[in-house]
Design a protein around this ligand. Structure first.
Ligand code: UD1
Length: 316
């Protein structure tokens, strides 16, 4: 790995990954983003050390330039959110499916050696059987889940057909500093942190007993760095869960967050959300065996750091 491209570099996950790649040293780091959900401010730390291109995934010609000379791509750019994909499926399909295809097509043309792809735990859907293991047959529920799974299949095909080393990392509910908190489509942690800091009453969809394998951002950064350097025979064309291997309910998560923010605001309960998965819990054994992945920051510590960051940013 010498010259890398991070797509979605100004986003929540992409910017943390960019910072880590810059800090690692010895790399030429290029970032691209169209600022659809990302922000230039997220790249404050790395801005002077990277080559940045403002570019959409749908600009196929622009991607040729972005991939030029690159050996490894971290494809993090996407339009996230299950509810966004339910409301505007065409828009998220374009970014998540056409965009991913464009990245792979340009990567092939440019002779890129490896692509690490941000896949999603939503691929598992509501089938029985916990923890989720990668050998389970995917049962995507929402358009978002289908789109992210389609990207995985393209990754696998590029390995099978063109011999490009592609690795899909199925992220399980990543949270941490810089996650957008102000959008109706924000992840639940960011949304609740901001609402509580503003003294607003958050809404829990359903009974709050749905569980998630909430995973702090540093773990996903670590997984990407390891997957990028793992021997090809261990990772090529494969899919790996990236999580902590613990399930926390929304009620429990809410209570921990409220405690850390020293607030007594109780949540409202609303109807369950369309396309929502009931439970999520990963086995992280495959990533451990293939490239030595292990979570570096646990749920409690991650939550503490996250709350501190939102306090610093939003508390008046
Ligand atoms: C899903 C995927 C995750 C993916 C993410 C991208 C699963 C298990 N996870 O996350 O891999 O990266 O999409 O967006 O499919 N909630 C509330 N109130 C709110 C907001 C959310 O109760 O105001 C609830 C949701 O209904 C859900 C849980 O919190 O039950 C988590 O929601 P969210 O943070 O949006 O992530 P997922 O949809 O689980």
């Amino acid at each position: 790995m010498k010259r890398v491209l991070v797509t979605g570099a100004a986003g929540f996950i992409g910017s943390h990954l960019t910072d880590a790649l810059v800090a690692r040293g010895g790399l030429e780091v290029r970032g691209m983003d169209n600022y659809a959900t990302g922000m230039r401010g997220n790249l404050r730390k790395s801005w002077k050390s990277i080559d940045f291109i403002e570019l959409s995934l749908l600009d196929r010609e622009g991607l040729t330039e972005a991939c030029d000379g690159v050996d490894t791509i971290f494809h993090q750019a996407a339009l996230p959110s299950v509810p966004r994909s339910v409301k505007r499926p065409r828009q998220s399909h374009a970014a998540n499916v056409d965009g991913t295809f464009n990245v792979l097509d340009a990567a092939r043309e440019a002779g890129v050696k490896r692509v690490i792809y941000a896949a999603s735990s939503s691929a598992y859907g509501n089938q029985p059987g916990f923890p989720r293991v990668e050998t389970m047959r995917p049962e995507p529920l929402s358009p978002y889940a289908v789109q992210k799974l389609t990207g995985e299949y393209y990754m696998q095909s590029w390995w099978q057909v063109y011999g490009m080393v592609t690795v899909s990392l199925r992220y399980f509910n990543i949270f941490g500093p810089r996650q957008v908190a102000t959008s109706p489509y924000s992840g639940v942690m960011a949304k609740f942190a901001l609402q509580l800091l503003e003294g607003k009453q958050p809404t829990i969809n359903g009974d709050g007993e749905q569980g998630r394998d909430f995973t702090y951002i540093d773990n996903v950064v670590q997984a990407n760095l390891l997957a990028a350097e793992a021997p090809a025979e261990k990772v090529a064309g494969k899919v790996f869960n990236i999580a902590c291997g613990e399930r926390h309910t929304l009620n429990e998560t809410y209570a921990s967050m409220a405690r850390l923010l020293e607030t007594k605001i109780a949540p409202k309960y609303g109807p369950p959300r369309d396309g929502d998965v009931r439970d999520s819990l990963a086995s992280i054994q495959a990533a451990k065996d293939a490239f030595g992945y292990a979570p570096v920051v646990g749920f409690e510590e991650g939550l503490r750091r996250t709350v501190e960051w939102y306090k610093g940013r939003y508390r008046k």
